[in-house]
Design a protein around this ligand. Structure first.
Ligand code: TYM
Length: 338
């Protein structure tokens, strides 16, 4: 077993990835690669909790992995894989489902938000989604999970389930715990929650209904510029020292996350200046950061056999570890094994 601590995270390969996914998650995975045992994957099983076009899902799964690499994840250092290629995620999800309650799952805010769009035909998958996410994490004895702020509640549930299972299936008093209780790692400044450029009271999301609200990692320089120039601010004209509107705060946060600077350091450069400067500078910074990611992603995507070989090796490594964990889980639960 590796002596390094384990870091794990994932993105749903639905639609295209955006700067919220990058600044809130992927960018923060990169510094872990040298010192930690890292697993990063595309959660296709999570994607089908809502309707997907199969051809698009297939393509976007490759694209997600190519984007991780283009953002700086090194497949030689981290294990990269596709969730559905490791069936143990589903096996553990079932065991955890049996430990979870309808009450606690009903309290998940993301479930409440997403289920509203489905009238009286709420997909069951949407309801049990957080249990599958807990399985993703607990399967690999994960210590740290770098995610955006919106995943905090899911991480709390994961921790509760880990503790519940550890108590229910303690091998013997003082024996090793079945699961590691993971810690979320959520950025303190800037990137934890990137807001829509068209409605800064809403989180930037792949399914943003307002065109221009979401900046994708595939957007051209021109598109990025246009989206930032049209970003919703307020009726004022100049940046104030305090009491900013949500739109201005959001632009400052995006800049601070891209530049790894504190919010206050970025704000101090704009106090007394017209909003236009903040918009143009933020657009230029985003353009410079996104361009290499976009170009590298396209380059990697052209070489399917390279991507397939990475995914094959990743799935093999992940399956080996997952199988060991499931043997231990089943043994503790009392199942008769071959
Ligand atoms: P997903 O696919 O919605 O988002 C992937 C990651 O991006 C972050 N994120 C954001 N961060 C800041 N601002 C935003 N506007 C923004 N939008 C998204 C998310 O917080 C997340 O870190 N349930 C997860 C996927 C998942 C997972 C896991 C994550 C499944 N299993 C195990 C970690 C570990 C989700 O739907 O993320």
């Amino acid at each position: 077993m590796s002596l390094k601590k384990t870091v794990l995270s994932a993105v749903q390969p639905t639609n295209l990835l955006h700067i919220g996914n990058y600044l809130g998650a992927i960018k923060n995975w990169i510094p872990y690669q040298d010192e930690y045992d890292c697993l990063f994957f595309a959660v296709d099983l999570h994607s089908i909790t809502v309707k997907q076009d199969p051809a698009e899902l297939h393509e976007n799964t490759y694209r997600s992995i190519a984007t991780y690499i283009a953002c700086g994840i090194d497949p030689k250092k981290a294990t990269l894989f596709v969730q559905s290629q490791v069936p143990q995620h589903l096996e553990l999800a079932w065991v955890l489902t049996c430990q979870s309650s309808i009450g606690e799952l009903s309290r998940m805010t993301q479930y409440k938000d997403k289920s509203q769009k489905h009238g009286d035909r709420i997909p069951t998958g949407l309801f049990v989604y957080p249990v599958l996410m807990a399985a993703d994490i607990l399967l690999y004895r994960t210590h740290v999970v770098p995610v955006g702020d919106d995943q905090k509640q899911h991480l709390e549930l994961t921790r509760d389930l880990a503790e519940r299972m550890n108590n229910a299936y303690a091998e013997q008093k003082g024996g090793p715990d079945l699961f590691v209780v993971p810690e979320p790692m959520i950025q303190k400044s800037g990137g934890a929650r990137i807001m829509s450029l068209q409605d800064p009271t809403f989180k930037m999301s792949k399914s943003d209904p307002t065109p221009g609200g979401c900046v994708f990692l595939t957007d051209s320089d021109k598109e990025i510029e246009k989206k930032f120039k049209r970003a919703v601010t307020d009726s004022g004209t100049e940046v104030k020292a305090e009491g900013q509107s949500e739109g201005i705060q959001s632009l400052i946060s995006i800049q601070s996350a891209f530049l790894n600077e504190s919010y206050d350091a970025v704000l101090s450069r704009y106090i007394g200046k017209q909003y236009g400067y903040l918009k143009v500078d933020t657009a230029n910074i985003a353009i410079e950061k996104i361009r290499p990611i976009r170009e590298k992603t396209e380059e990697i995507l052209k070489d399917r056999s390279y991507l397939d070989s990475i995914l094959k090796a990743g799935a093999l490594a992940a399956r080996g570890r997952a199988e060991k964990m499931m043997n231990e889980v089943y043994k503790r639960v009392g199942f008769v094994r071959e």
